[in-house]
Design a protein around this ligand. Structure first.
Ligand code: M6R
Length: 604
């Protein structure tokens, strides 16, 4: 889950590398570094901490050259120290390498190299790569052959970019970790993800597992590991750099919360026909899901909450379904057969746990589908089919707009599956689709009128924050709590409303505000549960429409417009996103980069 950037061009590479690293910091921010061909060899500058600190340290370094690589790290092997930061080199700094992924056989390779006189300085798995390349160079291999031979030795997952002293060339390879190439005239970029170089180009080639590319002044050569040419066509991405920047907001998270009207409009565009009560999902023709007997949704974190929402929607539509934590799937997967559809829900499409669950399901014979934000991601490519949520780049580590787009996508998918499998569209489609078409406007209203900042301030000094919901409100309660704890570092928990009385009520005090989510599904029971907490001293914050009965008893109110119960939770979720954001802002937390976390978790 680290970020890689590489540049070969005509101008000074350093600026491009640093911009790329800043754009990639959401992938990890334990340490950062760059290496540049500076005319007399490879110059490396790296240190623990954020890219900002690297920039400070670089002021006096001589790092001029038009070929370079950079890296921002989320530690897996070894703590986030200066030494463990990438790029890594051999002893002579003739070879520099940046790497994302895990080299599973690094211990054996390291030992093998040590017995041949190589000395290591870091705790990382990555350091074996420059040493291996150097070993094969010393043996007499040409640079490209030495790179290929080194890559051939690696077991595990990697996106690797390497440079060799004195050459205007970058060598790169991908297996199990993402790597993309950007091209703009005679400027070439390599990166873990597109936002790294969006300022410079929107022309992108997504590499496949097993690809090896050689980038020099003349262009990019795409090959397989043996050196046979492969064809990789460029695609134009419709994300612009401004979209990937903060756009005037203090934080990416706030910007992304406010982007939801747009991202949700994109999610449903061309997919719903409210007038005729129809859903059209690209190449999923009517009848595509016929024969599906049950659906398993696998995901982690926020995506798991969206998956849970989707599975409840499927069950309510009459389709047997279960959401499962992808990291538990290997030990607790329910049986699958070819009538089982397994849906991987993943914003990045690169989450290792989710990819493993997807692969396990495919091996067991299930039909697979990925719901993701990232075209060209591993999950999108490995599943039988993919559906894209079209949310645009999400930079804040805390997922916001992608959750709501996932929920909308899964809601549409649930209806489509039910339609195909049960032979008739579920009864409420004619109610739901017009509300989905109105959803961007309804969310705009929530954003404009929200009292979340005042509510966050009022309960700022509390000890613990509880979130309760029932039915489709339950995953929203879980997501509300995750968002709150993730960015405020305060204790927060989500519960099914009915569960409070089975234990958690023991924790309730005047210092534990309870955010009660009312989505129109058995609201009277949720109201009773909220009152039970209130009787024991907890302040209740009702998240519900203006004329709801809960407003009369609540200590505070976060207003949502009336809408279809199938999507009402999304409006509540926006209010809860804002509460978390403002609470974290009052505490002066690093909202876009909460401690210990990373946007894309590519390790198990
Ligand atoms: O990229 P994914 O959706 O697969 O990521 C899964 C989780 O790591 C992610 O949803 C995480 O929980 C959120 N960033 C938290 O806000």
């Amino acid at each position: 889950m680290c970020g890689i950037i590489g540049h070969v061009g005509t101008g000074n590479a350093l600026e491009t590398l640093l911009t790329g690293l800043e754009n990639l910091e959401y992938r990890g921010y334990d340490s950062a570094g760059v290496a540049v061909q500076n005319g007399s060899g490879i110059a490396v500058q790296k240190r623990s901490g954020k890219v900002e600190e690297l920039k400070e340290s670089i002021r006096d370094a001589h790092l001029e050259g038009c070929v370079g690589i950079g890296h921002t790290r989320w530690s897996t092997h070894g703590p986030p120290t200066d030494t463990n930061a990438h790029p890594h080199t051999d002893e002579t700094t003739d070879v520099a390498v940046v790497h994302n992924g895990i080299i599973e056989n690094y211990a054996e390779l390291r030992e093998w190299l040590c017995t041949r006189g190589h000395e290591f300085t870091s705790d990382t798995d990555t350091e074996v790569i420059p040493h291996l390349i150097q070993y094969y160079l010393d043996e007499g291999s040409e640079s490209e052959a030495a790179f290929r031979r080194a890559i051939d030795e690696l077991e595990g997952s990697y996106a690797v970019t390497a440079m060799i002293s004195g050459e205007h060339v970058l060598y790169a390879a991908r297996k199990g970790s993402p790597l993309v190439v950007g091209v703009e005239d005679d400027e070439f970029f390599l990166a873990s993800d597109v936002p790294a170089f969006l300022e410079y180009t929107d022309s992108v080639v997504y590499l496949e597992d097993g690809d090896v590319v050689i980038v020099d002044d003349g262009g990019v050569e795409f090959t397989d590991l043996e050196g046979n040419p492969v064809t990789r066509d460029p695609e134009t991405v419709d994300w612009d750099p401004e979209q990937a920047g903060k756009g005037g907001y203090d934080h990416f998270m706030l910007k992304e919360i406010h982007e939801q009207p747009t991202s949700l409009a994109q999610a449903v565009e061309g997919r719903i026909d409210p007038e005729n009560g129809r859903i059209a999902l690209e190449n999923f023709e009517s009848g595509t899901f016929e024969g599906v007997e049950s659906v398993q949704l696998v995901a982690c974190g926020t995506s798991y909450h969206a998956a849970l929402y989707g599975s409840l929607a499927l069950n309510q539509a009459g389709i047997r379904s279960k959401a499962l934590l992808a990291n538990e799937y290997s030990v607790s997967a329910p049986p699958v057969d070819d009538d089982t559809l397994v849906v991987a829900v993943t914003q990045s499409g690169e989450t290792a746990d989710t990819l493993n669950a997807l692969r396990r399901a495919a091996r067991a014979g299930a039909r697979t589908l990925t719901v993701t934000n990232v075209v060209g991601s591993t999950a999108a490519r490995e599943a039988d089919d993919a559906l894209f949520i079209r949310a645009g780049p999400e930079i804040g580590v805390a997922a916001t707009k992608t959750f709501s787009s996932q929920v909308v996508m899964l809601t549409l998918l649930a209806q489509r599956i039910a339609d195909d499998c049960l032979g008739a569209p579920p009864a409420d489609l004619e109610m739901l689709l017009p509300e989905l078409a109105r959803l961007p406007g309804t969310i705009e209203t929530v954003l404009e009128q929200s009292d979340a900042a005042a509510v966050a301030s009022r309960f700022q000094e509390c000890q613990s924050y509880f979130f309760i919901g029932r039915g489709l409100g339950y995953p929203v309660a879980l997501e509300g709590a995750l968002k709150f704890k993730e960015i405020t570092y305060e204790h927060a928990e989500g519960f099914a409303s009915g569960e409070l009385k089975h234990g958690p009520l023991a924790l309730v005090t005047p210092e534990t505000p309870v955010f009660a989510i009312f989505t129109g599904q058995e609201d009277e029971k949720t109201l009773k549960n909220a009152e039970e907490a209130q009787t024991r001293g907890a302040p209740v914050v009702a998240v519900c429409p203006d004329d709801h009965r809960a407003v009369d008893i609540a200590d505070a109110h976060l207003k949502i417009p009336e809408t279809d119960a199938d999507i009402s939770g999304l409006l509540a979720n926006v209010q809860l996103q804002l509460v978390s954001y403002h609470a974290a802002d009052l505490l002066d937390r690093p909202i876009d980069k909460p401690r210990n976390l990373a946007k894309s978790v590519t390790v198990e």
